[in-house]
Write a protein that binds this ligand. Structure first.
Ligand SMILES: *[C@@H]1O[C@H](CO)[C@@H](O)[C@H](O)[C@H]1NC(C)=O
Ligand SMILES: *[C@@H]1O[C@H](CO)[C@@H](O)[C@H](O)[C@H]1NC(C)=O
Ligand SMILES: *[C@@H]1O[C@H](CO)[C@@H](O)[C@H](O)[C@H]1NC(C)=O
Ligand SMILES: *[C@@H]1O[C@H](CO)[C@@H](O)[C@H](O)[C@H]1NC(C)=O
Ligand SMILES: *[C@@H]1O[C@H](CO)[C@@H](O)[C@H](O)[C@H]1NC(C)=O
Ligand SMILES: *[C@@H]1O[C@H](CO)[C@@H](O)[C@H](O)[C@H]1NC(C)=O
Ligand SMILES: *[C@@H]1O[C@H](CO)[C@@H](O)[C@H](O)[C@H]1NC(C)=O
Ligand SMILES: *[C@@H]1O[C@H](CO)[C@@H](O)[C@H](O)[C@H]1NC(C)=O
Length: 668
């Protein structure tokens, strides 16, 4: 029982490991691939992990593979007696980079030595120039030749031959096989396709037959070639059997996939299903059309994919925005950069409406709603105060007040804030006041209407909104005119972004020179009264049609306020009204000029609130009479530093106070 089971184990081990069966006087083996087989290899020969025997694998290669143990071919182990019958079968493939150019062949051999050195390409790894044709070689070979060598009288470059001691074949045949009906099928050795070859030697008749077929086909009945040669005088005992191959300049792989051999009997069948896979060498054989179109198609595909990715990345970068969690609340007011980009045709110069202190303003048409908008690009690196600012502009934007430019929304990118406003078809007031050639000058009625509108808008920001909003930058270029020539305040609160107010050391003043109240210059603190000051300058500007600071011929600066005060002292106030106004209401003009002086008073307590300003311009309350005493009182207050937070600053005189101030500013 124990004996029986160990016998079974041995049998199974033999079957699995494909070890050669050795019986008395007869040997046979079958290798369905060479994984785990102890072949003797030399040169470049190797067995892949898959079990494929590669004799060569490249250019200028030489490789041999020997069956691990030598065989005895003579009966009774006597050199003198006849060689027994033997039979072999092998599955092979010759894979060439260029399957239309002749590569080198390979051979199966029986030789008395494993030392087959000093051989080179044309000798197929079997012989060399020294021993070619020498009877002492004791060699039998089956050549699968892919070159036509004149020296060996080869018939062509695709033949199978039987050789003894020489590469001049005893007999050779063009590669192929006979069908049962006697017709012949050509095969190409270097096609890279696996083929099966059978070789049989009959010891009694000394008949040698060779049969070839494509892999998978049954062994043809009619052999490819058949010859008679008594090997008894040739083969020596013991002899080695194996394969040889060489390659020259053409990169070729000579592969053996399976091998079976038997002495005194037919070679065992090779199990084709167990054979290793063939590798690909060089381009796969394919049609010319594919050979041309495939690389082009591949290139186009790669290019297309690359372009798509590049466009996608560029698009991502181009439309990249900055978004933070707190912005969720303002979602409806958020515009996508892509929309704004398309609305303004990519922020083209042609769409540029103007360039203000905070950035460029572009005209645009929103893609979906076809609504006309003005997009202001404000460059802003700091995130500080951004949340508060957005909250403020968005909350104001919810308002629809006819004297404020409606803010529709915003968009944020890295280092940039984009504000989207209603488009004001008539541009800004500055264009009318100073670019008289391009736009018709405004008549007094229009000017007074705009003044009232701006006063109303500012009053709204100061007093009517749930919290006080300081505009900080009132000036004609920030007064926009809608289709009905209503004055509308734009850019409210924007300067807040740049006002990192809490730390007095880092405080810097924001606004426009010429419109900055002295208390703002001194403390850096904006208030409703600093807005009122700027509004006062604006009133004088509209009435006189002059900029707040003018360079005089002597090279010094002269402020508009100085000039108006001077005329007021002379009692000739109306002389300074814009000369372009042929016809105007002098009472209203005087009101505007005097109110301007009052608002632009250096002493904060002398300035009216916007509520009061509203009363004055609407005529509900008469303007307090401006007297010399009013100014002398002011000067007295100035000299006594009353009402000033900083005692260090002195304003000995109203006029010089503006001169000093304008000296700081350098004009606009
Ligand atoms: C060819 O065979 C040699 C060993 O004989 C090996 O070092 C080399 O990597 C092989 N080349 C290829 C392409 O398989
Ligand atoms: C393989 O064969 C060589 C000689 O042909 C021998 O020295 C070696 O021991 C063998 N290895 C195995 C694992 O059988
Ligand atoms: C081998 O020799 C033995 C006797 O020594 C003989 O019986 C046998 O038939 C021979 N076999 C062949 C194939 O010649
Ligand atoms: C056959 O001859 C060779 C020498 O040619 C010798 O080495 C070998 O031992 C001989 N074999 C037998 C079985 O006598
Ligand atoms: C082949 O040669 C051997 C010895 O050299 C001889 O015994 C045998 O009869 C020969 N066979 C034929 C068919 O001539
Ligand atoms: C192999 O044979 C050559 C001559 O053909 C010889 O020079 C060389 O020494 C031999 N190598 C071995 C290992 O026997
Ligand atoms: C054949 O080879 C043997 C030994 O290798 C040598 O002595 C002999 O001269 C060779 N014969 C010819 C014709 O080259
Ligand atoms: C086979 O090949 C030979 C030689 O190349 C050629 O003459 C013959 O026409 C071929 N036969 C077929 C069927 O292709």
């Amino acid at each position: 029982m124990k004996l029986m089971s160990s016998f079974l184990l041995c049998a199974i081990a033999f079957l699995v490991l494909n070890f050669p069966a050795t019986t008395d006087g007869a040997e046979q083996f079958v290798y369905n691939g060479f994984a785990g087989v102890n072949l003797t290899l030399d040169g470049n020969a190797m067995v892949t992990p898959d079990g494929l025997l590669e004799l060569t694998n490249d250019t200028v290669n030489l490789g041999h593979a020997f069956h691990p143990t030598p065989l005895t071919f003579h009966n009774g182990s006597s050199n003198g007696t006849a060689v027994q019958s033997f039979s072999l079968s092998l599955v092979f493939a010759i894979i060439s980079v260029h399957n239309d150019i002749s590569a080198d062949g390979m051979a199966f051999f029986i030789a008395p030595t494993k030392n087959l050195s000093n051989t080179w390409a044309q000798y197929m790894g079997l012989l060399n120039s020294g021993n070619e044709g020498n009877a002492t070689n004791h060699m039998f070979a089956l050549e699968l030749d892919t070159t036509q060598n004149e020296e060996f009288q080869d018939m062509d470059n695709n033949h199978v031959g039987v050789d003894v001691n020489s590469l001049k074949s005893l007999q050779a045949h063009h590669t192929g096989y006979y069908n049962d009906d006697g017709s012949f099928n050509n095969l190409t050795l270097i096609s890279g396709k696996a083929m099966q070859v059978w070789a049989d030697y009959d010891g009694g008749s000394t008949q040698i037959t060779v049969t070839l077929a494509p892999i998978g086909a049954t062994k043809p009945v009619r052999p490819l070639l058949s010859t008679s040669y008594n090997l008894s005088g040739i083969l020596k005992d013991p002899s080695y059997i194996g394969f040889a191959a060489t390659t020259g300049a053409i990169s070729t792989k000579h592969c053996v996939l399976g091998w079976s051999f038997a002495m005194n009997g037919p070679a065992p069948a090779i199990d084709l299903s167990k054979l290793p896979k063939l590798p690909r060498l060089g381009p796969k054989p394919r049609s010319k059309v594919l050979e041309i179109t495939l690389p082009i198609a591949t290139a186009i595909f790669v290019l297309a994919v690359g372009t798509v990715i590049l466009l996608f990345v560029l698009r991502k970068l181009r439309y990249k925005e900055l978004r933070e969690d707190w912005e969720v609340d303002f979602g409806p007011h958020r515009f996508s950069f892509k929309d704004l980009f398309h609305a303004t045709k990519g922020f083209k110069q042609r769409n540029l409406l103007g360039e203000g202190g905070f950035g460029k303003v572009y005209k645009g048409v929103l893609p979906k709603s076809k609504m006309e908008v003005a997009v202001k690009r404000v460059s802003h690196e700091s995130r500080q105060g951004m949340k508060e600012f957005i909250a403020e502009v968005v909350s104001i934007g919810r308002l629809r007040h006819r004297n404020l430019v409606p803010l529709l929304g915003y968009c944020r990118r890295k280092g940039e804030l984009l504000l989207v406003y209603d488009y004001m078809s008539n541009g800004n007031l500055e264009q009318y006041l100073y670019c008289g050639d391009n736009k018709p000058s405004l008549n007094w009625e229009q000017r007074f209407h705009i003044i009232k509108g701006v006063a109303f808008g500012l009053f709204y920001l100061h007093d009517k909104w749930e919290k006080v909003v300081i505009h900080r930058d009132i000036k004609p270029s920030n007064i926009l005119l809608d289709g009905e020539m209503n004055g509308r305040l734009g850019d409210f609160g924007l300067s807040r972004l740049y006002d990192h107010g809490s730390d007095p050391h880092t405080t810097h003043i924001v606004g426009t020179m010429g419109y900055l109240a002295p208390d703002l210059v001194r403390t850096g603190k904006a208030s409703t009264l600093t807005d009122v000051f700027a509004f006062g300058i604006f009133l004088l500007e509209v009435a006189c049609g002059q900029r707040p600071i003018k360079q005089n011929p002597q090279g010094g600066h002269r402020t508009l306020v100085d000039w108006v005060v001077e005329r007021w002292h002379n009692g000739s106030l109306t002389e300074i009204v814009d000369t372009r106004l042929q016809d105007y209401d002098s009472d209203e003009a005087c009101l505007v000029l005097q109110l301007g002086l009052l608002c632009a008073h250096p002493f904060t307590s002398a300035r009216p609130s916007m509520w009061q300003v509203m009363q004055y311009v609407e005529g509900d309350t008469p303007l307090p009479e401006l007297t010399a005493a009013h100014f002398s009182f002011t000067m007295q207050a100035l000299t006594q530093n009353k009402g000033f937070e900083s005692p260090g600053m002195m304003y000995p005189q109203l006029t010089t106070s503006f001169a000093t101030f304008s000296g700081i500013s350098g004009g606009r």
